[in-house]
Design a binder for this molecule. Sequence first.
Ligand SMILES: NC(=O)c1ccc[n+]([C@@H]2O[C@H](COP(=O)([O-])OP(=O)(O)OC[C@H]3O[C@@H](n4cnc5c(N)ncnc54)[C@H](O)[C@@H]3O)[C@@H](O)[C@H]2O)c1
Length: 270
Amino acid sequence: MGRLENKVAYITGVARGQGRAHAVRMAREGADIVGIDIAGDMPGVPYDSATTDDLAETKALVEAEGRTAHLRQGDVRDLDGLKALAAQAVDQFGGLDIVVANAGICIPATWDESTPKMFQDTMDINVTGVWNTVMATAPHLVSRGGGSIVLISSSAGKKMQPFMVHYTASKHAVTGMTRAFAAELGKHSIRVNSVHPGAVMSPMGSGSMRERIAQTAESYPRLAPMNSSMLQQWAAECDEIANVVAFLASDESKFMTAEHVTIDGGAQYF
Ligand SMILES: NC(=O)c1ccc[n+]([C@@H]2O[C@H](COP(=O)([O-])OP(=O)(O)OC[C@H]3O[C@@H](n4cnc5c(N)ncnc54)[C@H](O)[C@@H]3O)[C@@H](O)[C@H]2O)c1
């Protein structure tokens, strides 16, 4: 029997990368999956956007694990859309137990080439999108009598990420939100923890992302190695992040809340 048998998990940014890994991993542990992804153009990012085919592939992978996937195209900036999906999920599956606020964007830019639009888009998706996700789903966890919420931050939400003031600010906001929601939702036996990956081998590294990171690093090279892993392995696989998220979703972590779990090969202390 899986650790999440007959649980229902609501995941944002589910079309590919880490979001897909969370969906497949939780399905393997016995959960049904409700998910949303913009599956289309993301504002100003230098990497390839996810597609509706990606979303369909996640659905097929969840079904191959023998579970049901209710996945929809949608935007975490749309609170009403997130609420509607949560209500449909409750109708279909009877409730919600797990929430993973994973959708996010990342736009490398030095401080003096950053634009108001970059800052605004990053805040709207990475901060307001996470708040929207919790606001749309937490009432259903309250009705269920408890649950686990995992907010996906970054090593940029604990230490910082050079050449991304907007991204660092957004991911620190997620860290604060984790503690603040955990405090109030504890009354309802709902746990709220954040996960802080360092570099991850996801499609976020596609397109011209690596070139953009290298270009920004040229402006002040001494900052470039500050997020280096202590291990020979320099980046995580998506599944390695999903292992930790599944643990936080399960009863194995049942006395953990308001915690910020980092998966970065020790980079935060390097
Ligand atoms: N890849 C990394 O190195 C890394 C490191 C630390 C943290 N993270 C964080 O992990 C999370 C997942 O990233 P990933 O690596 O899987 O990248 P990814 O780009 O492969 O996946 C992100 C998904 O979010 C979706 N998305 C973006 N904006 C959206 C919106 N407005 N509404 C709904 N969906 C939206 C995208 O379509 C995409 O499918 C993000 O929050 C990211 O900031 C990534």
